[in-house]
Write a protein that binds this ligand. Sequence first.
Ligand code: PLP
Length: 416
Amino acid sequence: MSTLEKLAPAASVFDLAKIRADFPILSESVRGGRLAYLDNAATTQKPEAVLRAMDHYYRHQNSNVHRAVHDLAERATMAYEGARDRIARFFNVSREQVVFTRGTTEAINLVAYSFLQPKLQAGDEILLTGMEHHSNIVPWQLVAAQAGAKVVAAPINDDGSLDFDGWRAMLNPRTRFVATGHVSNTLGTINPVAEMIAEAHARGIPVLVDGAQAIAHLSVDIPTLGADFYVCSAHKAYGPTGFGALLAKREHLDAMPPWHGGGDMIRTVSFEGSTWNEPPYRFEAGTPDMAGAVGFAAALDYIDGIGLAAMAAHEHALLLEGTARLREIPGLRLIGTAAHKGAILSFVMDCAHAQDIGTVLDQEGIAVRTGHHCTMPLMARFGVPATVRASFAAYNNQEDVDQLVRGLAKARRLFA
Ligand code: PLP
């Protein structure tokens, strides 16, 4: 059974018209016409509930956290720490396991510098897959270079799935760490992360899962997955930009040194030396983004209010429809057709560069992303400089697919 099949459709509770009405920006006119927002893998739009929660925070709760006895400071702290509880519940971890960050990128850097760097030795290997986002490549390269260690990447099959046997064969006594995306932002491929974690753990190797593209589409139960580190960004799950989390095993966080110094991350400071606060605060130096935390919590409430299974089933239907319609377009090549994939359509057309296709689509009110999608090694693997990427969220509808197909027909007329 595929991951998406496991997410049993709950269509009866899925009210698409109401969901669309929850997102004010969807009624914006662009280029003088209807907006088809299909750039959700880059960032999702935000529902009223998130906008209201953040507005409420600044109107009624704002102060600095953890540092004062006055009423507003208490409200701000309650809001911020309440958000931590909410986020912990969503991923089925304890609040001490939730470290707030600026997003996936910062969370990966935190693990690279605080967890891995002190352990890395010359000759060690960090095993990735060939479909990683640059955020899940470059931080490992930076720490590897300092230690004389090496970053290696497992092969990808022609359909965009991971060559699992190839990946497993690359695990060896030099492998010090494994990092993998849960869902590929370019291909939509859903990686078999539970199996990967089991294989790595059988060899004593810790694993980081980049969940940036997963948390709004797949149910993520971190203890069941067994990931040592799971990282995500709020903005790809209907929450605010510049906010995210590292969800980590407690024993790792307890043993990890701080990586940013400043207020809140210390227990004591003197000129002779300082001592560190407990996790998660040890890793949250400085005034945090309280409104970001509140917005992320509201976004997770929003997702739970609709139900991730119903959202995923709807997105999957759009994926099937979009795939079938795009396959009918002459000269269009889909990149990423794995059996287990999320609602992302990446493609190239033989008549024009992806950038030019994107420009025509924009004229028709269709927001897609064009380029390498921060996955340059993957572009090299498929022998293309760039793709057009249409990515779906729960608020997309049939009209969005129709508009995309019409836009592509126009591009063909213009360029072919
Ligand atoms: N990993 C994946 C798979 C992504 O898609 C992205 C963003 O596109 C990132 C990491 C980086 O996320 P952020 O820019 O929010 O830190």
